[in-house]
Design a protein around this ligand. Structure first.
Ligand SMILES: NC(=O)c1ccc[n+]([C@@H]2O[C@H](COP(=O)([O-])OP(=O)(O)OC[C@H]3O[C@@H](n4cnc5c(N)ncnc54)[C@H](O)[C@@H]3O)[C@@H](O)[C@H]2O)c1
Ligand SMILES: OC[C@@H](O)C(O)[C@H](O)CO
Length: 464
């Protein structure tokens, strides 16, 4: 077993963690720097086969990476030295988090795993979150990131194990600041002043921008890995060749020398995360919703459809780039690179994966552009196409006419159904504070969404 002195404990060993953070640490270890190792596990019992396979393989797994020209490369990733089985008590993970040599607790729990509303307040009406409050009041851990971190940090405080960095690796704007605020609100709800003071003085939460398209692994990946390497790995996965990680250099108790393997350590991640969230993630959702409406299964198919590409291009060019400017990044080049990445047929990323969680992605990825343009008195015609596509998508969901199961943790199905069944679905969608915050019901939003919905209807009719 790797006897590295320091541990980064990761919560959520899903595909992305294994194609990104674990790969950077693996690359660092390959340079001979064995100062850090990964350990991890899940907060939910949702991938038992993958967890079991990883445990069986001592944390190692095969990664296939695909270049823009379709060239593939296979590598065995060995930076995860220990995988904890899922247990509702999270006892293995809590014990690991409380060890003095655990210096970073990182996590990927999806955009919907933070339960923050448009005003950045924790929405305790989510049953998972209220159940975690009740559990934490009885000193039991819970399955949300807040319930889990509270249990871990309480134990760390009790043992005097020293400072630790909380490192968010999800696509969330100001992901460190916002998840920290959520954690403190959760602790305040418990009335645990001692824990709040300890968290404030013993932890940091750097913001980070993470990027690598990592599709849901399929059996085809496992078969390709087997054919190319002779290794039959139930935890095999694939990602694009492109990879980027930009992190604010605010660590409470040290960090791996990531800069040696290409991680960008910066003072502020803001320009990177805004470009990524608005030009990559929002555009990605646009292509997934439009592609589904057009009958495509994969992201590259929609990106290669001239009408869909034009919608995505117009959104980025007319509405997103102007509010992101000035920027230290070449935003037009960033947009073009992103569209080229999406068009890579070898990635075979599904519309189903990217279309999910619209009720988290509209407020996170799209509403800020609407808000900022309205505040400047500027047109929102191009950005309004995205929620208009989502509305048409939602109406298909309501009719049971989507070609796949739509997963949306933040969606209240009764609210979504009421929007679709309303006499005026456009006004009903525009009126939802959960999507638009203070802009909910704004007459300019309603008007732009109505006009965009007419364009979306014409787009759908063109396809049929
Ligand atoms: N896949 C990508 O291309 C990609 C790229 C950049 C960033 N990300 C970020 O990583 C996240 C996960 O993507 P993935 O591809 O690993 O997905 P995945 O489905 O493979 O893994 C999701 C992980 O989140 C956990 N989870 C889900 N909902 C949760 C909740 N409410 N509370 C606690 N844990 C929860 C699951 O247990 C699992 O560990 C994305 O939502 C995104 O924020 C993904
Ligand atoms: O937009 C969907 C995301 O999961 C995306 O694949 C990722 O953010 C790329 O880094």
């Amino acid at each position: 077993m790797n006897q590295a002195p320091f541990v980064m404990l990761h919560l959520g060993l899903g595909s992305f963690h294994r194609a990104h953070q674990a790969v950077y640490l693996h690359a660092l270890q390959q340079t001979g720097d064995l100062g850090w190792a990964l350990e991890g596990g899940h907060l939910r019992d949702d991938m038992p086969d993958v967890i079991e396979a990883l445990r069986h393989q001592g944390g190692a797994y095969m990664l296939e990476t695909v270049a823009p020209d379709g060239q593939v490369r296979y590598e065995r990733i060995t930076s995860i030295r220990r995988v904890y089985p899922f247990e509702p008590s999270l006892s293995g993970l809590i014990e690991a988090a409380a060890q003095p040599n655990t210096r970073i607790i990182s996590f990927t729990v999806t955009e919907a795993g933070y339960y923050l509303d448009a005003r950045n307040e924790l929405d305790f009406s989510f049953p998972d979150l209220s159940a975690d409050v009740a559990a934490a009041q009885q000193q039991r851990p819970g399955g949300t990131i807040y319930g889990a971190l509270t249990a871990m940090l309480r134990e760390r405080m009790r043992r005097g194990s020293g400072p630790v960095t909380l490192l968010n690796c999800d696509n969330l704007r100001h992901n460190g600041d916002r998840s920290r605020s959520g954690l403190l609100q959760f602790i305040d709800r418990l009335g645990d002043a001692a824990l709040r003071a300890w968290v404030e003085t013993h932890t940091t939460s750097p913001n980070a921008m993470v990027d690598r398209i990592t599709p849901r692994p399929t059996d085809a990946v496992r078969q390709r890995v087997l054919a190319a390497t002779g290794v039959d790995d139930p935890a095999a996965l694939m990602g694009e060749q492109f990879i980027q990680w930009v992190i604010e250099d605010r660590f409470a108790a040290g960090r791996p020398a990531w800069e040696a393997v290409g991680v960008e350590m910066v003072d502020s991640v803001a320009p990177y995360e805004e470009a990524k969230i608005r030009l990559l993630n929002a555009t990605h959702s646009c292509i997934a919703w439009a592609g589904t409406l057009r009958g495509y299964d994969y992201i590259h198919e929609g990106t290669r459809d001239a009408a869909i590409r034009q919608m995505a291009f117009a959104y980025a060019t007319d509405d997103a780039i102007p509010v992101l400017s000035p920027s230290p990044l070449d935003l037009a080049n960033y947009r073009d690179t992103v569209l080229d990445r999406f068009a890579n047929a070898a990635i075979r990323d599904t519309n189903q994966r990217v279309a999910m969680d619209g009720f988290s992605k509209i407020p996170g990825f799209i509403a800020p552009t609407v808000r900022e343009r309205l505040a400047r008195g500027e047109s929102i015609d191009s950005v309004a196409m995205l929620p208009a596509l989502f509305l048409a998508f939602l109406q298909r969901w309501r009719r049971g006419a989507l070609p796949y199961d739509y997963q949306d943790q933040a969606m209240d199905p009764s609210v979504a159904a009421a929007v679709c069944d309303a006499d005026d679905p456009v006004s009903a969608l525009a009126a939802l504070p959960v999507l638009w915050g203070a802009q909910a019901g704004d007459a300019r939003l309603v008007a732009a969404l109505r006009q965009a919905s007419a364009r979306v209807a014409a787009f759908i009719n063109q396809a049929s």
